[in-house]
Design a binder for this molecule. Structure first.
Ligand SMILES: *Cc1c(COP(=O)(O)O)cnc(C)c1O
Length: 353
């Protein structure tokens, strides 16, 4: 080891799903949207004037912040935008979780949470989900330095009804409570409507899934002005110009086209509901996912085997190692045609086993 290597920060990074290249593959492994972004987004991208890139972007991304505020019926002071919700969540960790007490999140959840906790030196405790992968609000009634969970949860897709989200808030009035709503557009009620009553609530969203813009990196948070201001102070202490000009412009265009948004989200949820039936018909156990993915386990065939044989067919799904989840596959909802190809193969494979 070189002497300076002893001073490196030692981290175990988050492992994103692979991004295989090729035209014929079916990619159902990272919860991307199978449909393109709104037509106005493509138009704005074409019309983007390269000479405008000469200047720094607006550090406050005011245009996008205003569009989001208008969309959600909030004040611009209640919106924080960032480079994907991963950036927003990372900033939230840095901003809110400094009590020295453990932050609470579920044992089965987005695997980035423990990575940020380690990176920023935030102590944490995981709270087990019940046998049916549900969050039990009463389990969050203990001393903590903050609470964080996705709703619907990942990778299970399980949704926690709004009354129960509120129950967690009632039990945690003195710490920041963060609800990661990466998948809320695919079903369920947003905690957005609780913002008036809970000044310690932060609701985090992304353009990566329901708005087909994973490649653009846009995320945001909604919360009381004091929370948002605190996050901005941290952001401006690290990198003022997080949102580049194309992200700001294209994000605004996406927000404008509500009809297209509803249409594509509707198509995905309809495909998801049909896919649940197909999986169950083939002998899979399947959670009642409210997200744009399904969390499934076959009664007889191990998940790892299915993952491998699907991969040989150029069908990519996600398999997580670790307790409670390694029996399952997470399958993103693709187009009807992609799902049909998946079920054609699975149907013949599991019947031969
Ligand atoms: C996808 C995802 C995110 C991150 O999305 P970005 O692409 O960074 O906006 C955050 N939380 C959960 C639960 C996710 O699944």
């Amino acid at each position: 080891m070189k002497p300076w290597e002893a001073y490196y920060r030692s981290v175990t990074p988050y492992v994103p799903g692979e991004q295989p290249q090729g035209a014929r593959l079916i990619k159902l492994n990272t919860n991307e949207n199978p449909y393109p972004p709104a037509p106005g987004v493509a138009r704005a991208l074409k019309e983007l004037d390269a000479s405008a890139l000469r200047k720094y972007p607006d550090p406050a991304a005011s245009e996008l912040t205003a569009a989001l505020a208008g969309y959600h019926g909030l004040a611009p002071e209640q919106i924080f935008v960032g480079v994907g919700s991963d950036d927003v969540l990372g900033m939230a960790f840095l901003t809110f979780f400094n009590s020295g007490k453990p932050v609470l999140f579920p044992d089965v959840t987005y695997s980035f949470y423990p990575v940020w906790a380690e990176l920023f030196g935030v102590p944490y405790e995981t709270v087990p989900l019940d046998e049916s992968f549900q969050i039990r609000p009463e389990d969050y009634a203990r001393e903590n330095g903050g609470v964080l969970f996705p709703n619907p949860n990942a990778p299970t897709g399980c949704y926690l009804p709004l009354e129960q989200v509120e129950a967690i808030l009632r039990l945690n009035r003195d710490v920041a409570v963060i609800v990661d709503e990466a998948y809320i557009d695919f079903g369920g009620t947003s905690a957005r409507e609780l913002l008036d009553r809970y000044e310690n609530l932060l609701v985090v969203r992304t353009f990566s899934k329901s708005r087909s813009l994973a490649g653009m990196r846009i995320g945001y948070a909604m919360g009381a002005p004091s929370l948002i201001r605190a996050m901005q102070n941290v952001k401006y202490s690290y990198n003022s110009y997080t949102m580049d000009l194309p992200s700001i412009r294209l994000g605004v265009e996406s927000i404008k086209d509500e009809a297209y948004f509803r249409e594509t989200v509707g198509r995905i949820t309809a495909t998801r509901e049909r896919a649940k039936e197909r999986f169950r018909g083939l002998g899979f156990v399947c959670t009642d996912s409210m997200a744009n993915f399904l969390f499934v386990r076959h009664e007889k065939v191990p998940a790892e085997e299915l993952f491998e044989v699907l991969r040989e067919q150029q069908i990519y799904v996600r398999h997580f190692r670790g307790p409670r989840v390694s029996d399952y596959l997470r399958v993103t909802v693709g187009t009807e045609e992609e799902m049909e190809a998946l079920f054609q193969f699975l149907g013949s494979y599991v019947s031969r086993r």
